[in-house]
Write a protein that binds this ligand. Structure first.
Ligand code: NI
Length: 171
């Protein structure tokens, strides 16, 4: 396993749209394992392949308090979302130390392939629902700060450029 460098906003590579994964093979399993290790190391609850500069539809998530319930989602799809919305404070490993409120569907049903390549479905609410929607945005090239006002986003951009001139998180 290996820790992977995480791209920092506003690196333009974060706006790449990810391709579907044709087959869950050893390469994908290794990437998922490396992404989980990277996410745990950075104290995150989710990470999209986009953030480690791999533009394929893969995300990893662990919203458990014990940090022992890793989820691997290959080619994730939201098959249902509630009309009810919910607003939560979000952060992102690609936008370190920035937190702000984003409104999203309160509940979603998600379909994906797991680490074993088999399809599975689950219902999510609370933090898990936020996390799935946030990570799936990454696969479409969207970072959560794009929901904020242009004023806030510009401030965040210049802060990030100053703190992370290489546009990669230092470990
Ligand atoms: Ni993020």
């Amino acid at each position: 396993m290996a820790l992977l460098p995480i791209l920092v906003y506003p690196d333009p590579r974060l706006h790449t749209v990810a391709r579907p994964i044709a087959q869950v093979d050893d390469r994908i399993r290794r990437l998922a394992d490396d992404m989980l290790e990277t996410m745990y190391d950075a104290d995150g609850v989710g990470l999209a392949a986009t953030q480690v500069d791999v533009h394929e539809r893969l995300i990893v998530i662990d919203t458990s308090s014990e940090r022992q319930a890793p989820r691997v989602l290959v080619n994730p799809e939201i098959v249902w979302r509630s009309e009810a919305l919910s607003t939560a404070e979000e952060g992102c490993l690609s936008v370190p130390q920035i937190y702000d409120k984003v409104e999203r569907a309160a509940q979603v049903r998600v379909r994906a392939l797991g680490r074993d390549g088999h399809p599975y479905e689950f219902d999510a609410d609370g933090l898990l629902a936020v996390c799935v929607q946030h990570e799936m945005d990454h696969l479409m090239g969207k970072v959560f700060v794009e929901y904020l006002s242009a004023f806030k986003r510009d401030r965040i951009k210049s802060k990030m450029k100053k703190r992370y001139p290489e546009s990669v998180r230092a470990r």
